[in-house]
Design a protein around this ligand. Structure first.
Ligand SMILES: [Zn+2]
Length: 298
């Protein structure tokens, strides 16, 4: 690429290089519009290419959403667990997890949680690279999905278009949903409601370490931004959080929080402590997301 071409190209370097997003081994898919135009050496190629991409993204996002809303009931299960869920043999998501069968269909989460599921995009990473045949753009998306009441999952996806990649990441998050244990582990509180964590836990991802601590009622989520989004969708109302290490990577932050939440479910605890700390696994029937919406309406 000549100096002049570089100057004309309005788009640039990776906007934020996230180690998870830069995956050298993964084959890169070509962007049709862009590639041809680069080869012809037209002016404003990059700009034209970008506009075309954005148009495609918008279009796809709309059609995808439309299609999903039109036919929510047309799920044809492809897995054993899917069939058991759809036929009504399995009554709750908790039971689905307890079968030990892998959750391979996002419709399983949709079936039990329906509209109570919320999602939030934690990170959109755009990575552009120059190759011999032109510019290649890929997006790496990380989302969190939760029901605001004891179930939360993290998912990610990579692709050349934002809209479909977000959809894929959400579906992926639905396959990774975990059942949390909540409780009242704050000695200052002792209210016996599962509004916070039962214990202090530490989660790790890469060099990021996040510690979450039970907090008394009313403290809210005194944690970092990423933790806050996840805990909120998980249905945890109060918590204190601290982080160490490389804390600027959103993706590692999110993974560390999930690691911490997962560790709580793995702890071996005596029955007396379970009672004392108001252990509750899974749903209470009250979604913190719904509660918040109601409070806003008032
Ligand atoms: Zn309490």
């Amino acid at each position: 690429m000549t100096e002049e071409e570089k100057r004309k190209a309005p788009v640039e370097e990776p906007q934020e290089v996230d180690p998870d997003a830069v995956d050298a081994e993964e084959p890169i898919e070509a962007i049709p519009v862009d590639d041809e135009e680069v080869a012809e050496g037209e002016e404003n190629i990059a700009l034209k290419g970008k506009k075309a991409i954005i148009k495609t993204v918008e279009k796809t996002a709309v059609t995808r959403r439309g299609r999903r809303d039109e036919s929510p009931g047309e799920w044809v299960p492809r897995t054993q667990l899917g069939h058991m869920v759809k036929s009504g043999k399995i009554k709750t998501f908790s039971d689905a997890i307890r079968t030990g069968l892998p959750i391979r269909e996002p419709q399983i989460a949709d079936h039990f949680f329906g509209d109570s599921l919320s999602d939030e995009v934690l990170k959109v990473n755009m990575v552009q690279r120059m190759t011999d045949s032109g510019r290649r753009t890929r997006f790496s998306i990380t989302v969190v999905v939760g029901n605001g009441d004891g179930y939360v999952g993290l998912g990610s996806s990579k692709g050349k278009e934002v809209g479909p990649s977000i959809k894929k990441a959400i579906d992926n998050a639905k396959l990774n949903m975990v059942e949390l244990i909540r409780g009242c582990g704050s000695w200052e509180c002792g209210c016996m409601q599962p509004h916070t964590l039962p214990y202090r836990v530490e989660g790790k991802a890469g060099s990021t370490v996040i510690t979450l601590r039970p907090a008394p009622q009313g403290v809210g989520l005194a944690v970092g931004d990423v933790s806050k989004k996840i805990l909120k969708l998980a249905g945890i109302k109060d918590a204190w959080g601290f982080s160490k290490g490389q804390t600027k990577t959103t993706v590692n932050n999110a993974k560390a929080v999930m690691d911490a939440l997962h560790k709580i479910t793995q702890m071996k605890v005596q029955e007396s402590s379970r009672v004392e700390l108001a252990h509750l696994s899974g749903a209470t029937g009250v979604s913190t997301i719904e509660q918040e919406k109601e409070e806003e309406r008032r």
